[in-house]
Write a protein that binds this ligand. Sequence first.
Ligand SMILES: Nc1ncnc2c1ncn2[C@@H]1O[C@H](COP(=O)(O)OP(=O)(O)O)[C@@H](O)[C@H]1O
Ligand SMILES: [Mg+2]
Length: 273
Amino acid sequence: MRSTPRDINAVHDPAAATSRIQIRGLGKYFDELCVFDDIDLDVGSAEVVTLVGPSGCGKTTLLRCIDGLVAPSTGEVRIDGAPVVEPPEGVAVVFQHFGLFPWKTVFRNVAYGLRMAGVSRRAIAERVPAFIELVGLRGFENSYPYQLSGGMQQRAGLARALAVEPKVLLMDEPFGALDAQTREVLQFELLRIWDTRPTSMVFVTHSIDEAVLMGDRVVVLKGRPSTVHQVIDVDLARPRTRATTTDPRFHELREQVWNLVMSTPDDHNSVER
Ligand SMILES: Nc1ncnc2c1ncn2[C@@H]1O[C@H](COP(=O)(O)OP(=O)(O)O)[C@@H](O)[C@H]1O
Ligand SMILES: [Mg+2]
């Protein structure tokens, strides 16, 4: 049975009570193209929500509405109750293609968000090495991105996002450009890091395994325009480790999400305004 997004949130009252991100009736048009419509979603202050949906369904656009870089056409996003109308403080993004400044060293890339926030040089000198260490890049502080593998560049991207100690972490297919082995290593590292400092995280991925492994809930976007088709609770214990992937429940959930993603869309709504 298909429930409406509002029904789904009602089921999640505990999370909603402490929700950090509130998305209400969110819709986005690019000229005549309605990318998504009527999206309602709450994300808790220590919750990972993963987003899956076909390419072009608006996942990146939705993240950009949360980080204030794209203005929604309808509805609104609130963070801690405040409407997002410009890039809010405390929101950090990790991009698929790393997004590092090629002319800056690892240290300066990781320091970037802190410098923008006006943190003193001295505090930066103290804090940045800790985050470089956290992501396993000690010894590469003075390297430039071109001197690093893809996995190492993404570690630097992660350290840069974490260094500002964000209350909201937005991940846009962060491991999508990596080889399978590196991707797996980084998934478990991110899980380990998140466990030490849980935060509100929206994680976009096209990997169903990754969506189930990382998420407390998996949101399946679907339709034209897309909307929240289903929300699946991931009742797998944390901390999640490699052993999680051999849990029969992991496989059940993966199948469930797979079937939802693959089933024929039942809601080809008009895209006319
Ligand atoms: N700035 C823009 N101007 C016009 N169309 C855009 C813009 N950004 C995204 N789109 C369109 O919106 C749709 C959703 O894009 P996107 O959010 O990148 O999807 P996803 O991340 O799910 O692959 C696509 O059809 C894309 O072409
Ligand atoms: Mg995208």
